[in-house]
Design a protein around this ligand. Structure first.
Ligand SMILES: [Zn+2]
Length: 114
């Protein structure tokens, strides 16, 4: 029942290599149905949150809500898999993938210290 957010990106389709707009849902930061774009900073408010605001590098998994507008190849595959990289709490970049997804998110900077 919990909410999620989206990041809306222009990215190269991994199937046809054409640029297309993808809507990528993710559950990280404050979960409030926020629409983000790359370069934006995640909100961490008083609502439900997922993850850690102090993480340096985080990799999220997302599956696009929409197919590629050029080749529509994802219609048979329930969306295109994307990895979303968050650096210092900012939506840094996305990497489309033809591989099967991981699950949830991965904090890349688990090192010692508070
Ligand atoms: Zn395509």
């Amino acid at each position: 029942m919990s909410a999620f957010n989206w990041v809306i990106v222009e990215a190269e389709c991994p199937w046809c290599q054409e640029m297309s707009t993808f809507i990528l849902p993710f559950k990280y930061g404050e979960l409030g149905y926020y629409d983000y774009q790359l370069g934006k900073t995640l909100k961490w408010g008083e609502g439900e949150t997922e993850g850690r605001a102090d993480a340096h590098d985080v990799l999220l998994l997302s599956i696009s809500e929409n197919p590629c507008s050029r080749c529509f190849s994802s219609e048979e595959d329930n969306g295109i898999v994307f990895y979303i990289l968050i650096k210092e709490n900012t939506l840094h970049s996305v990497f489309p993938s033809r591989n099967l997804p991981l699950d949830g998110y991965l904090i890349l900077d688990e090192r010692s210290g508070s």
